[in-house]
Design a protein around this ligand. Structure first.
Ligand SMILES: *Cc1c(COP(=O)(O)O)cnc(C)c1O
Length: 425
């Protein structure tokens, strides 16, 4: 069956044919390819077409698809049973691995998605401080819970939505939205400031020098908690995440994506004192039937065991080399590009002419909405390179993308960009 046939079937029984709006081609047009399998840096669709994949499950995959060791860990765990509703050694092991890698992180609670992690961290922050307000930043995405969906980047921005229908005014009344990269002035009604330490859902915007440290100081001044949403940056930017990279320590961390090794996992954590507010010890309730799922714990633990500091350095080296080449290749074609890099994270902004790099969501949006990404996306896809079907997503380069594969992608991008530029002329 073809991609079109699968998608027609999907659309009949799944709204829009997708289980997450970012997977739809609404903002780029056309029919999504339906993936039959993946291996390393590549995915193969149901028609047998292979693509070099820069989606990598939006960052959940760090080692590449179907890494043999991760597959083995999942199979071994599955043979012992997939879920029990009782404590298992796997969750202890993965929690110990997270705590060992992130300075100041003493305890974590596992959940099944990044959405649950941020939602629960916010509840914990409110419970611990006995305050109501939450500050988030325009264009940062923290999952799809009601109170955090306002001014989210990623798929919300991709669909041109200011927020979401079905979210009541009451649900967002305690959410304050501030522009990224400006330290807001807080008062004592604020329970927590929630931030992506590197904004990676408005394509890629680095924190300005002093921004994260400024948030830390302002939170301390009024007794608010600082929450780093490291669902993308955690165990991708480096073993110690954003704290290690920027030298700023939050009170609470949220993780997801990489720590599940491709299975559904999230986690939130902080000091033992703060986490003691959670049930069963404390009054802040939080729960999950499949939380700490043995298969997911096994996959996540195997990934973290396989990736050490040298791998992060190597990934950052590859990414910076790739980014410089990609940017140069696209510019040489007649389009203007900025390929921002923060450690092992890279993004892509396209424009018709030279413009300064975006520093916040309103600037990022000008790039994302100029129509070029859509054309470039299809030019790349037609040449066998899959980017995310939305201009607000970053390029997920993982350890399965070696220099050779990345150089091939640069060659394809040069050709694709020339094609797009040719149609503009
Ligand atoms: C993906 C993402 C989330 C949500 O995680 P899900 O597992 O999709 O619920 C939260 N925060 C950030 C920064 C993310 O990129």
């Amino acid at each position: 069956m073809s991609n079109v046939e699968w998608f027609e079937r999907a659309r009949a029984v799944i709204p829009g044919g997708v289980d997450s709006p970012v997977r739809s081609f609404s903002s780029v047009g056309g029919t999504p390819y339906t993936v039959a399998s993946g291996a390393g840096a590549y995915v193969t669709d149901v028609e047998g077409r292979r693509y070099l994949d820069f989606v990598q499950s939006y960052g959940a995959s760090l080692l590449g698809h179907a890494h043999p060791e991760v597959v083995a860990a999942i199979c071994e765990a599955a043979q012992r049973g997939s879920t029990f509703g009782a404590p298992t050694p796997g969750e202890v092991t993965l929690a110990e691995m997270l705590v060992a890698r992130v300075a100041g992180l003493e305890q974590v609670r596992f959940v099944s998605s990044g959405t649950e992690a941020t939602m629960s961290a916010v509840r914990l922050a409110r419970g611990a401080t006995q305050r109501a307000k939450i500050v988030k930043f325009d264009g940062c995405y923290h999952g799809h819970s009601d109170g955090l969906l306002v001014a989210g980047g990623s798929g919300v921005a991709q669909l041109g939505l200011p927020g979401s229908a079905g979210v009541t005014e009451g649900a967002v009344a305690d959410t304050i939205v501030a522009p990224f990269n400006v330290v807001p002035q807080l008062d004592e009604s604020v329970a927590a400031v929630l931030v992506e330490p590197v904004a990676a859902n408005m394509n890629l915007v680095a924190p300005a020098p002093g921004f994260l440290a400024g948030l830390r100081a302002e939170c301390d001044r009024v007794g608010a908690l600082l929450i780093f949403d490291e669902v993308i940056t955690g165990f991708r930017l480096g073993a110690g995440g954003a704290e290690e990279y920027f030298g700023v320590t939050p009170d609470l961390w949220c993780f997801g994506k990489v720590i599940g090794g491709g299975l559904p996992v999230g986690a939130f954590g902080g000091s033992a004192a703060l986490l003691s507010h959670l049930a069963p010890a404390g009054p802040v309730y939080q729960a999950g039937t499949l939380s700490g799922n043995p298969l997911a714990m096994a996959a996540g633990s195997r990934v973290l065991a396989l990736v050490g500091p040298r791998d992060y350095d190597e990934l950052a080296r590859r990414v910076s080399r790739f980014a410089a080449r990609l940017e140069a290749a696209i510019r040489a074609s007649g389009l203007y590009a900025i390929v921002p890099v923060v450690g092992s994270l890279s993004g892509l902004y396209l424009a018709r002419e030279e413009s300064p790099a975006p520093t916040n969501f309103s600037e990022a949006r000008v790039w994302a909405e100029n129509g070029l990404y859509r054309a470039f996306f299809h030019a790349m896809l037609a040449r066998g390179v899959a980017l995310a079907p939305g201009a607000y997503e970053i390029l997920f380069v993982g350890l399965s993308h070696d220099d050779e594969v990345l150089d091939a992608a640069v060659d394809v991008a040069a050709d694709a960009a020339a094609d797009v530029a040719g149609h503009l002329a």
